[in-house]
Design a binder for this molecule. Structure first.
Ligand code: ARG
Ligand code: ZN
Ligand code: CA
Length: 243
């Protein structure tokens, strides 16, 4: 499997307030961030600590805005049980989810920035959900999650990536080149942050699959790319995106 894979993106905006009805510019800003982050052409990739620089990877994915669907709703918050993904529960049905990445932008509530469905789930609920104040890098976005990295992280899950700490104490993210680390990092840690006897360089906390601030996450690795490419191969869960 070689070359760039194009991912058409449909953005479904469900709003109660005018601020939640995010602008076209805010939507496009998110697409632009995705294209930079997934190709390692984001300017801050240069902040990667020198020992980790050889791991930095271009995923060879191109995100193209394929459509925007908008809907007004009286609902204040949507939670994480997929109600926003179905018109029968007041949301918006996914548009051709086997050939489009559907993103729902709506207020999740509970301090949750976003959530994602891993490959292999039901097509009707496939995609990612992001709250409007964390989507894109302009308009209604709120620091310290104002650089569009919530979608980068959630689309990482949609591409089959696990959290870098493996969701358990010194857990396994199923990627060989990411060091084992004790747990999630928050804020903006100082390099090196050593845990789990992970050597002089410590945690790869600047990876998009950690929980640090948007300004402090800026790279994926070659091992993560290998894991994501597998789902686009013949027989893979997202082979329909690679006709
Ligand atoms: N699923 C995580 C949450 O909702 C997303 C974390 C994204 N991190 C970020 N810096 N944008 O908490
Ligand atoms: Zn996550
Ligand atoms: Ca690992």
């Amino acid at each position: 499997l070689t070359g760039t894979i194009t991912i058409p993106v449909v953005v479904n905006v469900i709003y109660k307030t005018a601020a939640q009805n995010i602008s076209q510019a805010q939507i496009q800003s998110q697409i632009d961030v995705l294209n930079k982050d997934f190709s390692a052409t984001n300017t801050d990739v240069s902040l990667t600590p020198t020992p980790f620089a050889p791991l930095v990877s271009n995923f060879e994915l191109k995100f193209v805005l394929a459509g925007v669907v908008r809907k007004q709703s009286s609902k204040t918050s949507w939670g994480t049980a997929d109600a926003m993904k179905s018109s029968s529960s007041g949301g918006i049905d996914a548009t051709s989810p086997t050939t489009n990445l559907n993103i729902w932008v709506c207020n999740i509530g509970g301090g949750i920035l976003g959530y994602a469905q891993f490959p292999g789930g039901a097509p009707a609920t496939d995609g990612v959900v992001i709250s409007p104040t964390y989507f894109g890098n302009t308009g209604s976005v709120t620091a310290p999650f104002d650089k569009g990295r919530t979608a980068t992280h959630e689309i990482g899950h949609w591409l089959n990536l696990r959290h870098i700490w493996g969701d358990s104490n010194c857990g396994n993210d199923l990627v060989a080149d990411t060091p084992t680390q004790q747990t999630s990092n928050f804020g903006c840690p100082a390099f090196p942050h050593v845990t789990c006897s992970n050597g002089a360089n410590g945690d790869l906390f600047m990876n998009y699959m950690d929980y640090v601030n948007d300004a402090c996450m800026f790279m994926f690795t070659a091992g993560q790319k290998t894991r994501t490419r597998a789902i686009f191969q013949a027989g893979g869960a997202r082979a329909s995106f690679n006709p």
